[in-house]
Design a protein around this ligand. Structure first.
Ligand code: KG4
Ligand code: ZN
Length: 342
């Protein structure tokens, strides 16, 4: 058999508040993965400030790329292609990565591959699971997205469902703020929920008529706020740990239920989760149990590949590279890019 050429991709990610670069070999082997997080800066404002994010990306991007090359013990001369997130995300933030990727690709005469951010999150699962290949169902849950996706093949996706309002991570962040935990709230709720009773408060689970795979989290968020206000008005105390645990239970139950329905509907035996919220311990436990009960193989990335990173962009870029995807010098940031568009 002819040996496949070894392909090294330099990948860049700057769609939100992480400036990241990575060198990935053949889509699955991480030679380096450098992430410069701006979280400390945005914490002051309780969320990501787009203008600050763009400025910080400009300050950091060259340094992050240099570090990624150094950590991989390589130079641009050994890179075969440049992969970059070009949407969806904050337009000013995306533009920094896209401009940088174009400049490097032009200077070194390398192929340029624009990657969809969600495709990156899904592809994070390829990094640590050499056996994972499409078709499978993937639930992408992050600060900006909640998508249930059927991965038909590398680069071929069908969106089965999405959130109608808040993303799952956004709901975590808003509830965390309401119980005084600060930003970003997801990991904090995850932590204090362990000390609370998940059955203490019955929060609603939204059902959407005619769209069984769609999600809605704003009603749940309002129910939490109403509960807190109700307690305050009655002069009663409330336990933040019980609220966190009960809220988390409601979120996890909905995500598990809709994901398992989708896996069953398409008769698949593989299921993956991705995105920042995929680090959540209750979600991992809930999905693991549900998959075991149904004989489905469950995949999830390590936390470092759940949150925004460039290794996942390199994994996605590799399969796009093999499929022949090449972008021109007119590649632009597309803040509302649809999955599957090229
Ligand atoms: O994927 P990500 O880093 O950025 C986006 O593309 O949005 O996701 C960030 C989101 C935040 O909302 C954060 O609160 C949430 O992921 N998150 C978590 C956990 N770790 C991060 N949510 C729940 N439990 C966690 N352990
Ligand atoms: Zn993300």
């Amino acid at each position: 058999m002819r040996e496949l050429k070894s392909i090294n991709i330099l990948a860049i990610e700057s769609s939100c508040d992480e400036t990241a670069a990575a060198v990935i070999n053949n889509g699955r082997f991480v030679r380096s993965n450098v992430i410069s997080s701006q979280i400390e800066l945005h914490k002051l404002y309780g969320g990501v400030v787009p203008e600050i994010a763009s400025r910080k990306h400009i300050e950091k991007i060259n340094q992050v790329i240099e570090e990624a090359l150094k950590e991989a013990d390589t130079t641009l001369d050994d890179i075969d292609a440049i992969g970059v997130t070009y949407g969806p995300g904050l337009v000013g933030a995306l533009l920094v990565g896209v401009a940088e990727a174009k400049a490097i690709a032009f200077a070194k005469n390398l192929p340029l591959i624009g990657v969809h951010h969600i495709e990156g999150h899904i592809s994070a699962n390829y990094i640590e699971h050499p056996d994972l290949e499409p078709p499978f169902i993937c639930l992408v849950v992050s600060g900006g997205h909640t998508h249930l996706v059927r991965v038909q093949d590398y680069g071929t996706y069908e969106i089965l469902g999405r959130t109608r309002d808040d993303a799952a991570g956004e709901a975590y962040d808003k509830v965390a703020r309401a119980i005084g935990l600060g930003y970003p709230g997801g990991p904090k709720i995850d932590r204090i929920a362990k000390e609370g009773n998940p059955d203490a408060i019955k929060f609603p689970k939204a059902k959407i008529d005619g769209a069984p795979s769609d999600f809605s989290f704003s009603g749940l968020k309002s129910a939490v706020l109403n509960y807190i206000n109700g307690c305050k008005m009655k002069g009663e105390t409330y336990d933040p740990a019980d609220i966190a645990a009960s809220f988390q239970k409601a979120v996890v139950e909905v995500l598990v239920e809709k994901s398992m329905d989708a896996v069953a509907k398409y008769g698949l035996d593989k299921f993956a989760i991705a995105g920042g919220v995929a680090s959540n311990s209750a979600l991992r436990e809930g999905m693991k149990k549900a998959c075991e009960e149904r004989g489905i193989k469950f995949y999830y990335p390590s936390p470092i590949y759940c949150t925004d990173n460039a290794a996942m962009i390199g994994a996605a870029a590799y399969y796009e590279y093999l499929a022949g995807t090449r972008h021109g010098w007119d590649l632009n940031a597309v803040p509302n890019l649809k999955l599957g568009e090229r």
